[in-house]
Design a protein around this ligand. Structure first.
Ligand code: GUN
Length: 294
């Protein structure tokens, strides 16, 4: 059996088209469009490239986006002041502070400072608290985890009643995606570096989300036949024959797992495009929240 490919490029493009249409309608009605303000501290090449993709995606969707760059040596107060000024600016609908912040900065304090209704990354502790608590609804859901759920839903993978395994417990992906699966009535297990016999746990999964940051870690014989596999990993592997000197692989050994799974996301072209699509959706949502209230 060969797994069906879950095409994140196509599903992400659908979400972006839906957002673009709504932005065009808003512009036609009131003349103003959603604005995303991105804060980039330091010069990490990966973060720079993510931030530039986010800005371009906003422009393509007809939204405004401004990137505020601070030096890696910026103080905690400088970062917090910038966030406070964006909170106070009525033209700014969404604020995203690119993570990780340079060493020495207190990420928790910075994220605490973002206005709840501009928290398009969904990382404010109140939004995360609402996400993990039963019966509470966050204003925003973190983009990559939300993208994983849309990929499953739009591919017809049943979540309610499924056994789901999440590899990794990061604040950005593992913890929130486990909460989202739990909220949709999956039975969820989170595995991490201290979990004994991970392969055995993974073998029970109808849905596997791999977000562990280890190239091709998940092997074909770990997979329950027919399982849905969402690979969040984006790992660079040195490759002198490649133009850039590396190629990208996920956390899943695709060539093995594709032969056993029922559905699988490729890397690239799986979860990656969904993160940006969901950021645009969250920015549109922020705009609507703020304008309904105004
Ligand atoms: N770094 C890696 N992923 C993300 C994300 O989704 N949002 C932010 N702000 N930083 C990230």
């Amino acid at each position: 059996m060969t797994a069906k490919l879950i095409d994140g490029t196509a599903i992400g493009a659908d979400v972006r088209r839906e957002v673009t249409e709504q932005v065009a309608a808003l512009k036609a009605q009131g003349g103003i469009v959603p604005n995303l303000s991105v804060v980039l501290v330091g010069d990490d090449p990966g973060s720079q490239s993510y931030v530039s993709s986010k800005g371009k995606a906003c422009t393509q969707a007809g939204m405004d986006s401004v990137t505020h760059r601070l030096l890696a040596t910026a103080s905690q107060a400088e970062v917090e002041h910038l966030v406070a000024s964006l909170n106070a600016d009525p033209h700014v609908n969404g604020i995203l502070v690119q993570l990780p912040l340079p060493k020495g900065l207190n990420e928790e304090a910075v994220l605490n400072g973002i206005s709840l209704d501009k928290d398009v990354d969904g990382f404010h502790p109140i939004n995360i608290g609402r996400l993990v608590m039963k019966g509470r609804v966050p204003l925003f859901v973190p983009c990559t985890p939300a993208g994983c759920i849309i990929l499953l839903e739009r591919s017809g993978v049943p979540i309610a009643g499924a056994t789901a395994v999440v590899l990794g417990r990061s604040n950005i992906v593992g913890i929130p995606v486990a909460a989202l699966l739990n909220n949709r009535d999956a039975t969820v297990t989170i595995c991490h570096s201290r979990t004994p016999n991970i392969a055995e746990v993974v073998r029970r999964a109808d849905i596997l989300v791999a977000a562990i940051g280890k190239p091709e870690y998940v092997r074909g014989d770990w997979i329950k036949p027919g399982a849905a596999v969402i690979d969040v990993g984006i790992n660079r592997v040195e490759d002198p024959s490649a133009k850039r000197g590396y190629h990208l692989v996920g956390d899943v050994c695709f060539s093995e797992v594709v032969q056993v799974a029922g559905a699988i996301t490729p890397v690239p072209g799986g979860v990656g495009p969904m993160t940006i699509a969901m950021l645009l959706a969250n920015t549109l949502h922020a705009f609507k929240l703020q304008h309904e209230r105004a």
